[in-house]
Design a protein around this ligand. Structure first.
Ligand code: 6PG
Length: 466
């Protein structure tokens, strides 16, 4: 009898195929199944060492026990369907891993359903796209620790390797998918920040796209070193074969989104944790989607084409604003994970999150070294902006950041993320905010009561009385 395979993978989309190959390339024996059998045939025709299964019974029987099953199917109903079809075939102690971008609340539900049947369930956030899946993703794992112990060696082997494997157990049940969701919220915020820099330099400073690519290259060689800065340099260099123009200038300015960034903003509002730069990035995508309305509005009320004076050192100032906005994006993401750790009992190890984000994932960046050090120095750090190193960096960036915002306002070019970051930076450090007036107004029209500085308790005033 052929010995059981180390792992079975279901879902042969490009990510699934690449992950299967990654496991295989690290010496693990793999069986694969795909709902459409033809896809399985085509895949194993190119990779004969990988064992095909054309029924789930065949698939499950091909695996050594306790089984390890990796789902790479589209998030949502397809995951539930795969689990339903598998559940009658699995035994106590088997491990099922969901590597899709599943909503953490779905993972919470699935883990409690499967745990009741003794099946160990792990929600695995997989970051790094198709290339990462093949060469080394970042793996954010949540769920049953016993399940993790049975698969950790394999997952750590295939992960990106930067200061160790970019794979970590981050907490129970949905903790892994929660951290992946926040990763994507930060991703949205940084992508929007970079897009605003591109807009200021092209529409504002009237630089050519190839000039902006060179500027981004310089930035990527310095403190802004990051995967997103690196690929922004690349996409701006690409020319469109058909027209000879920069390809990016031919792409319709209407952003799509699969939803993971939106989920982050929704959850932050539910938890009462401010994530204004992430929210601004989601909203900016929504605004970009209103292309037809924007064209009509521009005809009715033309933006004054103020070629505001962007002095020669504007680019240097802008680099400071981009760096500060990136720092605020990470700060908001970790601040949200801190609230979630309490709310959902995840107890997320922030230092380890920073460490595994250094490699494989979309938001990998040089500044994660400093973020790692910040949480190593103080595991209970309330917010990155009060870490001594970051507080010092932000103080130095303050002037450039504020000047950039001022000049952007003068140029009428919207910078929702860079702007939201600055208001967050100022707001979080304001010992006084005008919420006292909000409380007074709410008490007048809604009798909602208010607290006082000088004495404890809840107060209400009949504001109409003299
Ligand atoms: C990753 C990416 C991946 C996905 C993006 C795009 O971590 O590898 O984040 O999950 O490609 O989330 O999703 P949007 O359509 O939401 O931008």
């Amino acid at each position: 009898v052929v010995a059981g395979k180390d792992l079975g993978l279901i879902g042969l989309g490009v990510m699934g195929q690449n992950l299967a190959l990654n496991f295989h390339n690290h010496g693990y024996s793999i069986a694969v199944y795909n709902r459409t059998g033809q896809k399985t045939k085509d895949f194993v025709a190119k990779h004969s060492e990988i064992v095909p299964a054309y029924t789930l019974r065949e698939f499950v029987d091909a695996l050594s026990t306790p089984r390890r099953v990796f789902l790479m199917v589209t998030a949502g109903a397809a995951v539930d369907a795969a689990i339903d079809n598998l559940s009658g075939l699995l035994a106590h102690g088997d491990v099922v891993m969901d590597g899709g971008n599943s909503h953490f609340k779905d993972t919470e539900r699935r883990s409690s359903d499967l745990e009741k049947r003794g099946v160990r369930y792990l929600g695995v956030g997989v970051s790094g796209g198709e290339d990462g899946a093949l060469r080394g993703p970042c793996l954010m794992v949540g769920g049953a620790m016993e399940g993790y112990e049975h698969v950790s060696e394999m997952l750590r082997a295939i992960a990106a390797q930067v200061d160790g494997p970019c794979c970590e157990y981050l907490g129970p049940r949905g903790a892994g998918h929660y951290v992946k969701m926040v990763h994507n919220g930060i991703e949205y915020a940084i992508i929007q920040t970079i897009a605003e820099a591109y807009d200021l330099l092209t529409r504002g400073k009237k630089l050519s796209i190839s000039a902006v690519s060179k500027i981004f290259k310089q930035w990527n060689d310095g403190e802004l070193n990051s995967f997103l800065m690196e690929i922004a340099t690349l996409v701006l260099k690409k020319s469109d074969p058909g027209t000879g123009k920069p390809l990016v200038s031919m792409i319709l300015d209407r952003a799509k989104q699969k939803g993971t960034g939106k989920w982050t903003s929704q959850n932050a509002l539910d938890l009462g944790t401010p994530t204004p730069t992430i929210d601004a990035a989601v909203t900016a995508r929504n605004l970009s989607a209103l292309k037809n309305e924007r064209v009509k509005a521009a005809e009715v009320s033309k933006l004054p084409r103020r070629t505001s004076s962007m002095p020669n050192n504007f680019t240097g100032k802008l680099a400071g604003a981009v760096r500060a906005s990136m720092i605020m994006s990470y700060a908001q993401g970790f601040h949200l994970m801190r609230a979630a750790s309490v709310e959902y009992g995840y107890d997320i190890p922030f230092r380890e999150v920073a460490r595994i984000w250094k490699g494989g994932c979309i938001i990998r960046a040089k500044m994660l070294d400093s973020i790692y050090r910040a949480f190593r120095a103080n595991a209970d750090l309330a917010n990155l902006m009060i870490d001594p190193e970051f507080a010092g960096i932000l103080t130095k960036l303050d002037g450039k950041w504020r000047d950039t915002v001022r000049m952007a306002k003068g140029s009428t070019i919207p910078i929702p993320a860079i702007n939201a970051s600055l208001d967050y930076y100022d707001g979080y450090r304001s010992e006084r905010l005008p919420a006292n007036l909000i409380q007074a107004l709410r008490d007048l029209f809604g009798a909602h009561g208010y607290e006082r500085y000088d004495k404890a308790g809840e107060f209400h005033t009949d504001w109409a009385s003299s």
